[in-house]
Design a protein around this ligand. Structure first.
Ligand code: TRP
Length: 358
């Protein structure tokens, strides 16, 4: 198999059983963008490269189906794209402690999810903020969509260290928007443990550096892939430059000699997120407020910085596109998750009396 030239900072001698599990995931609804990078992927790479964790990176194709059942064929292509993007940023499924898991292929997880629905209360699921806000936008929400918070709890708890020892935990590196899901995971884990006996460890969030990257053209919306105002990790240098040049900045500023606003200005949000030299961005901000620097040089600067970040990502991605056996990667990762989940599911079934009568 191909080598993706990922450098390991520390090689831990631990075996996978001794490493605390990491579980995190992304919906497979399209190519990944810069918001995914600063919100989550940076941290994923960090925990992977520390060598200290057993990492399950989940491609949430079932969760994608909760909102995309009308055109499921798009999902198949998205799975490829997400795998390539992940390898691009430096995640490496060839490492012994890294598993790319295809959610729909882990049958044990699905049953764990169903059993968790028995202790999840309707009212508390409906209070989940992500669910609530998306229900407002969506006219034809499905039952599958409404149980997705429970399903996500199953994603996380399926890799719970079993049997759990004092101090065991599941580390979940995610963007800030996922925190309610993690809190709910611990609500259900505690409830199960109290009612039936201890099976689950609790999870801990690890939150990304930038909580919410705004869209290029609309500071009020988060960088969402559905609205076409994002820079994809796979965009070529020219596209990055064009998108940067077209960014929304300060609408109150007509001439570059007018004093400008830095707050709520996507150009500065991006500069602060992606420029390697923070002191320089602070200097730009001072000049901008004084009307001493225009949008155009700053946009050029931003495009340059983003391209420096994306160059190695594009290169690794292109290499993986030629060489990686995506199917084999996903099969191996999904089998690893099944193996981990099996004893947990068995314990849950036993505690819930789902057995042949004696
Ligand atoms: N809900 C996450 C998203 O929208 C994806 C996801 C699915 C996830 N299962 C997960 C994240 C488990 C963390 C843990 O991107």
């Amino acid at each position: 198999m191909a080598k993706y030239r990922v450098r390991l900072r520390a090689k831990s001698r631990r075996t996978n059983r001794e490493r605390p599990p990491v579980l995190t995931g992304m919906r497979t609804t399209g190519k990944l963008h810069l918001g995914h990078f600063v919100g989550a992927l940076e941290n994923w790479r960090e925990v992977q490269n520390s060598g200290e964790y057993n990492c399950y990176f989940l491609l949430a194709d079932l969760q994608a189906l909760t909102t995309h059942a009308q055109n499921p064929e798009l999902l198949l292509e998205s799975i490829r794209d997400v795998v390539l993007d992940w390898i691009g940023v430096g995640l490496n499924p060839e490492l012994r402690n890294v598993h790319f898991v295809l959610q729909s292929q882990v049958l044990e997880r699905a049953m764990l999810s169903q059993l968790l629905t028995m202790i999840a209360r309707y009212g508390e699921v409906m209070r989940n903020p992500t669910l609530k806000s998306e229900l407002k936008e969506q006219k034809d929400a499905t039952v599958g969509f409404m149980v997705y918070p429970v399903d996500q709890v199953a994603d996380i708890l399926m890799v719970s260290p079993y049997p759990p020892k004092q101090g065991d935990f599941i580390l979940v590196p995610v963007g800030e928007d996922q925190v309610p899901h993690l809190e709910y995971t611990n609500v259900l884990a505690r409830r199960f443990n109290q009612r039936y006996g201890k099976v689950f460890a609790l999870c801990r969030p690890l939150i990304g550096r930038v909580g919410r990257l705004v869209g290029l053209n609309n500071p009020k919306e988060k960088a969402s892939k559905s609205r076409g105002n994002v820079i994809y990790l796979s965009d070529d240098p020219k596209t990055v430059e064009e998108k940067a040049m077209g960014m929304y900045t300060d609408p109150t500023r007509i001439h570059s000699t007018d004093p400008g606003h830095v707050e709520n200005n996507p150009l500065f949000d991006y500069l602060f997120a992606f420029h390697r030299d923070r002191a320089k961005v602070e200097e730009f901000a001072r000049f901008y407020r004084q009307g001493k620097i225009g949008d155009v040089p700053l946009k050029k600067e931003l495009a340059r910085e983003i391209n420096v970040l994306l160059d190695p990502i594009r290169e690794r991605r292109a290499q993986a596109q030629k060489e990686a056996d995506i199917r084999a990667i996903l099969e191996a990762g999904s089998q690893a998750a099944r193996k981990t989940c099996r004893p947990i599911l068995e314990a849950v079934k036993e505690k819930m009396y789902l057995q042949y009568p004696k």
